[in-house]
Design a protein around this ligand. Structure first.
Ligand code: KQY
Length: 374
């Protein structure tokens, strides 16, 4: 069912990721021009992520017709596997952005409490700049999920990926200018008009703009979900490095200064927790050689700096699903920092997350939470 008007007009807000979920949605990787060796390594890591989350909440994995049996065989029985076509498997970006209507909004007997925004999508920048040339199936992913769940939909023409926004559930949205103001998304909209859209569709009151995302995050033009996220209202985690010779350094310092001087929708100053990046990590010859370079998708070149960050974790019910890159020192440090930041959650390590980074994102980018009906 399609709804008229905007979520804010219906009294809705996008809940924070730590609010209770009814389930997590994921896709299943397969395209050989993005995932090396016919996606065999990526599939193993996606299966690990789904399996880890499924210990804390329901998980549905969507796989194409030709991959359904393979996905079913690699995933545990408590994970639901359904058939869905897609161009790639980044459900943070192609899935719905769920919104909730809290119980104090006036509801009739049969009225809905959860709805979702179905944003427009152009493969992270369109034909010139984007990651692949045909995204027609991705455009239907959010709608199909909402049909399955019988959840009402707010269709929207604005191009926006879920990885480009984070909310605190109390009126504040974090994003980056590098992505949301990029001319390859919504060139006809000014910053003020984009703010108005975020307010109307996420139910937020205040937007904190970081200038840039993570160094090397060129696929997404600097999504916020690799750079900075909320831990709870008033507290953020920021991708950090102490190495002044690393190109990441000036981006982190610049973001720190914006966050330090910011206040949120409730007028609070922010506490900033630094989360050191791994590496730097680079794509190897062997990894690049495993990707089919067919002209349909962005080429993958050896020596490319990988957009690897521990901020790209996922908050499941009672668990933090955390990427690990095989960089012992910073992997352990990330687990230490996240355990302190989320004392009521179990921090679960996902080894081999490098395979997701090779495709251009990480655990947060491949997951999408559906809020619980409370
Ligand atoms: O960062 C994300 N939310 C998704 C990354 C997609 C990269 C496509 N190659």
């Amino acid at each position: 069912m399609d709804l008229e008007g905007t979520p804010a007009l219906h009294g809705c807000r996008m809940p924070a990721e730590w609010e209770p979920h009814s389930q997590t949605w994921m896709g299943w990787p397969e395209r050989p021009d993005n995932w090396r060796d016919n996606a065999e390594h990526a599939q193993r890591v996606f299966a690990k992520v789904a399996s880890a989350i499924s210990k804390f909440e329901y998980v549905t994995v969507c796989a194409s017709a030709s991959q359904w049996a393979n996905a079913r065989s690699q995933l545990p029985q408590n994970v639901r596997v359904i058939e869905m076509s897609m161009n790639d498997s980044w459900f943070r970006d192609t899935g719905p952005t769920f919104v909730v209507r809290d119980s104090n909004a006036c509801l009739g007997n049969n009225e809905w409490k959860v709805a979702a925004v179905d944003w427009n999508f152009n493969s992270w920048g369109g034909i010139e700049d984007g990651c692949y040339n045909d995204w027609s199936l991705d455009l239907l992913v959010a709608r199909k999920i909402l049909e399955i769940e019988r959840i009402p939909r707010f269709p929207h023409s604005v191009i926006l990926e879920g990885g480009s926004i984070h909310v605190d559930g109390e009126g504040t949205c974090l994003t980056t200018e590098e992505c949301l103001l990029n001319k390859n998304r919504n060139p006809h909209l000014t910053k003020e008009q984009i703010e108005d859209q975020l307010k109307a569709y996420l139910g937020v009151k205040k937007i904190i703009w970081l200038p840039r995302g993570l160094y090397g995050d060129d696929d997404t033009n600097g999504h916020i979900d690799n750079m900075c996220c909320f831990v709870k209202p008033g507290v953020v985690l920021l991708s950090w490095t102490e190495d002044e010779s690393d190109s990441q350094y000036e981006r982190s310092v610049e973001a720190f200064s914006v966050l330090y001087n910011a206040t949120d929708a409730k007028g609070r100053k922010l506490e900033i927790i630094k989360l050191h990046v791994p590496g730097p990590l680079y794509m190897t010859e062997e990894e690049a050689a495993g990707v089919v370079q067919d002209g349909e998708a962005k080429p993958r070149l050896p020596g490319t700096r990988l957009a690897a960050s521990y901020v790209n974790f996922y908050i499941a019910n009672k668990a933090i699903i955390t990427p690990q890159f095989g960089d012992q020192k910073w992997d352990d440090e990330a687990v230490r920092v996240l355990s302190l930041a989320f004392p009521a959650h179990e921090v679960v390590r996902i080894e081999g997350a490098r395979e997701i980074v090779l495709g251009g994102g990480n655990i947060h980018c491949i997951t999408q939470q559906q809020p619980a009906l409370l």
